[in-house]
Design a protein around this ligand. Structure first.
Ligand code: ADP
Ligand code: MG
Length: 698
């Protein structure tokens, strides 16, 4: 078997391959496009396409595809083979610069939220040269953005690239103000930690709920759950280890920096974290990671569940989005510096994030809103639905002293040294840890913890980049006009702290008292569900900010609201229909069959002798018969509710009805079924139980 260094990136048309296969002039021209966003001329594109084709064909590729990320949240590809007929009756393998740069998939069935009618359906895809092309199976995949003919973004990548551009522009203004002329660009870096569950394929196939919805809709609590804490970081079982080994190799081939793997808190739950990289590449890689996790699982007789809450009663799965700002000269702008001047710049960037998270807390909540994630946020296992920030004690004390105008001193630490005359010097302190905070500073990066495990990370990063770009714009506007740079800087930092300190909370985010304080005293938003938060995407301040930085147009925002709510509605309705189907066609008949056995046993005993007691049978019979009645009644009510919400006019009304009516009815049906499960003999229960699913992979 080849070594890791040999296989790493072996299926990627990366810088090493470009250097080796492209003429020097073409290579440098492409590099300028990649690093600085310069336009690419068609001659260069033709040369790159030819080199890509030769490289791909040599590795067994027969097709190419423009790989894109429509608003469904997953990736899309339409394969075209390289073949072109030659006059002698044979074929040659061709791939032109035009085909590399632009594609026209007839992708009219993707949701566009009204951005285009089907008659003008043809969107086009445009090459994103900043994310390397790669080979998947027999197909050369070209990462692309997906737009309508009018130029509206029909995907998640386009606004992400725009948000990175906005952030780059504003961050460079600030850096120049600090006298740095060497930095050419600033990019946000992201390392997403991916959680997932593994279950046995045969068991999975027996459950309609897992097959149709990705999560269990029924299931009584097993005798053992996660209470022993024996799974977290525990020894990895052989079958899982074999899975992880193959997964890593597949990811490495695609140049994905899979780094850390471990068991998570819930039984059958695991995590994979890559080394961080530029945001758009990290997003592409995370989409690929989720796809490959599922493919590799199938080869091991397993299914990888990426749903946010596959099982009630044990932890769900999230995705921690570790985020920082890096210059092309290799400086992390969120790392406290060594000199007072570096620290002043650090403090300004820190304040930009504080202001951004406070001003646009609603957008951050919106960016992670899905039906699946509604089960996690606020359920005492993931951060609450209220957005707040954790900075740790030292940084908080520094900010407090700046606000109060008092010198900062900490036990054992030197009294502050005045930097740029006014700002303190301090060192990085990573000892602080708070797992309950939605948005935590961890020494030199922020960890945004509200993302759901199946979310594309694009949405969260679009909002984060845009919101921070807006803070930096406000700062740059003022500083560029300032007569006295240092005192203006100091005033601005102080004002940010005073205005936005309500978003900083270092305590326990799971505490009910915090939610009360956050909403009642501090006025922070608490949007508990997707239906609650999504309409706020169109709040005036949000539209103004996102359009001003050209991250979205108004029409694009309306389309995103429409699609997100539609997706929420469809998801919950499919779940409700699945519940009705399982209750009626599997659960009720199973309970009835067992009831019949009990009744027959009781009758038999009675017929033998009146003296044989059968209180066990009759007691259970009564309970189970009562439960069968409730199950059928609740299923009836749920089915009625589904037809009622189906008649709502528009997604706003429908999502509200789902939140207010459907979800409660689903809960009722589940309670009756789960009660019946614990009373029914195992051999009658129609599908694998929680205990079997959670502990079945060895
Ligand atoms: P944790 O204790 O949260 O597991 P790690 O240091 O292991 O912390 O980091 C988790 C993730 O954060 C990894 O994906 C890692 O690559 C990423 N990360 C580390 N430094 C940065 C940074 N400066 N910017 C963005 N992500 C980072
Ligand atoms: Mg982490």
């Amino acid at each position: 078997m080849s070594t890791v260094t040999e296989i790493f990136g072996s299926m990627v048309f990366d810088d090493r391959v470009m250097k080796a296969t492209l003429p020097a002039k073409v290579y440098f021209s492409l590099k300028r496009t990649i690093d600085q966003g310069d336009d690419l001329d068609i001659g260069v594109a033709n040369a790159v396409a030819a080199a890509m084709r030769d490289w791909a064909v040599e590795r067994g590729a027969t097709h190419f595809t423009h790989w894109f990320q429509p608003l469904t949240g997953i990736t899309a590809e339409k394969h075209d083979s390289f073949i072109t007929p030659s006059p002698d009756g044979g074929v040659i393998m061709e791939f032109s610069g035009r085909e590399l740069i632009k594609g026209e998939p007839d992708a009219s069935s993707f949701p566009s939220g009204g951005l285009r009618a089907t008659f003008e359906a043809r969107g086009y895809t445009a090459w994103d040269p900043t994310s390397y092309a790669f080979i998947k199976g027999r197909t050369l995949c070209i990462p692309t953005a997906f737009c309508s003919y009018g130029g509206e973004a029909l995907d998640k990548k386009t606004p992400l690239l725009r948000s990175m551009e906005a952030l780059n522009h504003q961050a460079l203004r600030i850096i120049r103000l600090f006298g740095d002329t060497s930095v050419k660009c600033v990019k946000p870096s992201v390392g997403p930690e991916q959680e997932y569950f593994l279950v046995d394929r045969q068991m999975y196939d027996k459950r309609q709920d897992l097959v149709f919805t990705g999560r269990t809709l029924f299931g009584a609590k097993p005798p053992k759950g996660q209470e022993m804490d024996d799974h977290y970081f525990g020894v990895i079982k052989p079958r899982v280890a074999a899975y992880m080994e193959e997964l890593n190799r597949e990811l490495w081939k695609l140049g994905i920096l899979a780094k850390t793997e471990h068991n998570e808190v819930a039984p059958a739950q695991h995590e994979l974290a890559p080394i961080y990289t530029t945001t758009n590449v990290a997003t592409d890689h995370n989409q690929l990671t989720m796809e490959i996790m599922q493919k590799v699982a199938a080869r091991h007789g397993l299914v990888c569940l990426l749903h946010e809450k596959p099982f009630a009663g044990v932890n769900g799965s999230g995705k921690h989005n570790n985020w920082s700002l890096t210059t092309d000269t290799g400086v992390n702008l969120l790392a406290p510096g060594k000199t007072p001047s570096e620290n002043a710049q650090f403090l300004l960037f820190l304040c930009a994030v504080i202001k951004a998270v406070d001003d646009y807390q609603d957008l951050l909540r919106i960016a992670v809103a899905t039906a699946g994630n509604d089960h996690r946020l606020g359920a005492n296992e993931a951060p609450p639905a209220v957005v707040s920030m954790f900075l740790g004690d030292e940084l908080t004390a520094i900010l407090e002293s700046i606000e109060a105008g008092t010198p900062y001193s900490a036990a054992g630490k030197q009294v502050m040294k005045l930097g740029v005359n006014v700002l303190p010097q301090f060192t990085k302190d990573t000892t602080d840890r708070n797992r309950t905070s939605p948005f935590a500073f961890t020494g030199n990066k922020f960890e945004f913890r509200m993302l759901g495990s199946s979310n594309s990370i694009a949405c969260a990063n679009i909002m984060l980049n845009a919101a921070v770009a807006e803070s930096l714009r406000v700062y740059a506007d003022r500083l560029e006009q300032a007569e006295d740079f240092e005192s203006t800087l100091h005033d601005m930092i102080r004002k940010t702290i005073a205005d936005h300190k309500r978003i900083i909370f270092n305590g326990n985010g799971y505490d009910d008292a915090w939610i009360r304080e956050a909403t009642e005293k501090r006025g922070l938003c608490n949007y508990r569900t997707t239906a609650d938060c999504i309409p706020h995407l169109l709040d005036r301040k949000n539209v103004e900010m996102l359009t001003a930085h050209r991250v979205f147009t108004q029409a694009e925002l309306r389309s995103r609201m429409e699609i997100t709510l539609e997706n929420y509605c469809k998801t919950v309705i499919i779940e409700a229909n699945t519940m009705v189907s399982m209750a009626r066609s599997e659960i009720a008949p199973a309970v009835e069959a067992y009831t019949k056995e009990l009744a027959q046993t009781a009758a038999l005993k009675k017929s033998l002798s009146e003296d044989i007691p059968c209180t066990y049978e009759s007691g259970l019979l009564k309970k189970l018969s009562g439960l069968t009645e409730s199950i059928c009644l609740s299923a009836e009510e749920l089915a009625d509710a589904v037809s009622r919400v189906g008649q709502c006019d528009g997604v706003l009304a429908q999502s509200a009805a789902i939140r207010d009516e459907l979800i409660g009815k689903m809960g009722q049906l589940r309670i009756a079924c789960d009660e019946a499960e614990v009373l029914t003999a195992r051999k009658y229960w129609p599908f694998p139980t929680y205990g079997e699913l959670l502990f079945g992979v060895r």
